[in-house]
Design a protein around this ligand. Structure first.
Ligand SMILES: Cc1cc2nc3c(=O)[nH]c(=O)nc-3n(C[C@H](O)[C@H](O)[C@H](O)COP(=O)(O)OP(=O)(O)OC[C@H]3O[C@@H](n4cnc5c(N)ncnc54)[C@H](O)[C@@H]3O)c2cc1C
Length: 369
């Protein structure tokens, strides 16, 4: 890591230190570029660091990138950009091999790779202005004025801010506020599906310190069911995210939900149906958190309600992750198209990796002229 004086110039400047930004930075650096990464807070604070590690790729003999692509297309309700979906799913196995080669503990492995290199880092340097200049970009990040031949926007989504504005809960990190998207839109970059926000069907609704916690969806795979106030099952617990969320909203709107002690809407997630052995092996973190708060999910149902989780749409990119503005790239949650209007679970970290690498490589190429 290199300490840098203000007013520095780089080949590639990456905005954001989540999985997509780190993947872009490592990739651009490996392609020979002089790279810098700027982040709003510390390098560790991002949604990627909260991710539960689910990542999709077709490795099994009875699976294939084509099947993965078909699943994404269906999950997006046939709204995804098919060129991006093909890239996403065909590069998934090699992206995961790349992570393994870096010794993945996901963002930590990527961060270690950045920190072991001469990539310059600017933590606590929020991007506030972006201007196209001859041969590249001038960028204001906190107190620093930086110049770069190519800029990669990897600043994540806006679900935390959106939840604050709606008076709802979110799984997201407080840095997920979306101002970088607005700056890019102000410059004329195109976006798609920005209105399509994804709810995680099972946000924690009670106790207060678990409000907004993303209850692992494996709970439902292991047998947990959704019950209304009368203890009746009202939806297929294995349905897709948007269908399960919609069913919970409808049940509550119809007056068949329950209320948390602080007056929030909820339904029951009956986790008592999960076999203890499965829970011990696969859900230890969840068990620990609830039990520490005095609730044992294997003895009593827990309260849940959908919470804002993911920005499905974002800046329009091509298969090299270039936005509609030359020399300006976008990857990760800030970019749109790979998931259409509804992301399939586990495909975000994959997208960060596949398009982060592509963005880094293409930005480094661009900088070479
Ligand atoms: C609780 C939780 C669990 C999840 N689990 C999974 C999972 O298991 N599998 C999966 O595929 N996906 C999962 N996701 C989704 C996935 O983690 C995120 O969509 C993904 O990590 C986003 O990565 P990113 O690099 O695009 O953005 P982030 O990781 O959010 O990083 C954004 C970066 O941009 C920076 N930034 C923001 N604004 C500015 C600014 N103005 N100036 C400078 N920097 C800025 C931030 O500081 C941060 O460094 C989960 C999400 C959450 C919240």
């Amino acid at each position: 890591m290199t300490a840098v004086a203000p007013s520095s110039s780089f080949d590639v400047l990456v905005i954001g230190s989540g999985a997509s930004g780190l993947a872009a930075a490592v990739s651009a650096h490996r392609a020979g570029a002089r790279v810098a990464v700027a982040a709003k807070g510390s390098l560790q604070s991002c949604n990627s660091a909260k991710a539960q590690g689910g990542i999709q790729a077709a490795f099994a003999p009875d699976d294939s990138p084509e099947q993965h692509a078909a699943d994404v297309w269906k999950s997006s309700h046939e709204t995804a950009d098919r060129r991006l979906v093909d890239v996403l799913t065909s590069e998934a196995p090699s992206a995961i091999q790349w992570l393994e080669e870096l010794g993945v503990e996901f963002t930590k492995a990527l961060r270690d790779a950045v920190e072991a290199s001469d990539i310059a880092t600017f933590p606590r340097s929020p991007l506030s202005a972006l201007e196209q200049i001859a041969g590249g970009w001038r960028v204001r990040c906190g107190e620093h004025e930086l110049e770069a031949a190519a800029v990669v926007l990897a600043a994540g989504g806006r679900c935390w801010r959106e939840a604050q504005e709606r008076g709802e809960l979110s799984t997201n990190h407080p840095g997920a506020t979306g101002e970088v998207t607005e700056i890019a839109l102000g410059l004329g970059a195109e976006a798609r599906d920005l209105d399509a926000l994804q709810y995680h069907p099972n946000g924690g609704a009670w106790p207060p310190n678990l409000q907004g916690y993303s209850i692992p969806e494996t709970t439902r795979a292991y047998g947990a069911t959704l019950l209304n106030a009368a203890g009746e099952e009202f939806t297929d617990p294995l349905g897709p995210r948007d269908a399960v969320s919609a069913a919970i909203f409808e049940e509550v709107d119809a007056g068949r939900g329950v209320e948390t002690p602080d007056g929030r809407p909820a339904v029951y997630l009956d986790t008592t149906r999960i076999p203890e052995r499965d829970a011990d092996v696969s859900l230890p973190y969840m068990l620990r958190r609830y039990r520490a708060a005095g609730i044992d999910p294997l003895r009593e149902p827990i309260l849940t309600y959908p919470v804002l989780h993911y920005q499905n749409g974002g800046l329009v990119i091509d298969t090299d992750a270039q936005t509609t503005l030359e020399g300006l790239y976008a990857c990760g949650e800030i970019a749109g198209g790979a998931h259409g209007r509804n992301r399939m679970m586990g495909n975000s970290l994959l997208e960060c990796c596949v398009f982060g690498r592509r963005a880094g490589r293409a930005a480094a190429e661009k900088a070479k002229g």
